[in-house]
Design a protein around this ligand. Sequence first.
Ligand SMILES: Cc1cc2nc3c(=O)[nH]c(=O)nc-3n(C[C@H](O)[C@H](O)[C@H](O)COP(=O)(O)O)c2cc1C
Length: 208
Amino acid sequence: MSDEALSKLLGRMAKDDVLLKEFCAAPAKVLKREGIKVPPEEIPPKIDQAEFSKRLKAAVASGAGRVNLARRMLGRPYGIEGEVAGGRGVGRALLLPTANLEIQNRVLPADGVYVTLTLVDGVWRRSVTNIGKRPTFGGDAESKVETHLIDFDGDLYGSTIRVRVLHRLRGERKFAGVDELRAQIVRDREQAIRYFGSSFVKRNLNYS
Ligand SMILES: Cc1cc2nc3c(=O)[nH]c(=O)nc-3n(C[C@H](O)[C@H](O)[C@H](O)COP(=O)(O)O)c2cc1C
C-alpha cells in the first residue's frame, strides 16, 4: 500500500467531513478515485464513521501515527500459518509440486485460488495457493490449504511456513479430469506471475 498517499488522504479527511463521510461509506471507491492502490482484500466494505473520525482526529492531534492508523484501518494482508504435511502425492506426481499446510489458525478465506507470498526460511517467495475441498478428487470434508511456490522446489515437509493472501484469482471448481485441472493450475501460475510483474506490486512488496 502507498502509505504516504494514504496518509495524505487521511490528513485531508481530518479537516473535511464531507470527504470523511464519503470515505467511510465507500472506502474502495474513494481510494480508487484518489489513485491510491490498495489490494481489494485489505479494504473494508464500510467503516464506522463515528469511531473512525474519533481515531483519526486523535491521531492527527497527537502529530503522529497517521500511517499507523492507515495500516490498522486497512489491516494487513490475510496471513495463514501452518506446518507442511504430506499430501496424497497426487499434486507432485500429476500436477505441480505443492506444500499442504496443517493449519493452526482456523478462520480461512473463502474457498478459491489466490496469489500469495509464502515465507520459507526467512524469504518471502511468490506462490499461488488453493484453499478448498478439491472437488475434482471427490471432495474433502474440510477446506485445505495447498501452496505452489513459483520459483522454489525444495522439500518443505515438516517445516512451518507462512502464507500471505494478496489477491483472489478464481473460485475452486470441479474439473473433468487431471489434465483439465493441470492446465488451469498452469494458467493460475501464469496469472500470479503477471500479478507480481505489475509495477505497483513490485514497488510495494518485498519478495525474492
Ligand atoms: C493453484 C492451485 C489451484 C487448484 N485448483 C483446484 C480446483 O479448482 N479444483 C480442485 O479440485 N482442486 C484444485 N487444486 C488442488 C488439487 O486438486 C490438488 O493439488 C490435488 O488434489 C493434489 O493434492 P495432494 O497434494 O494432496 O496430492 C488446486 C491446487 C493448486 C495448487
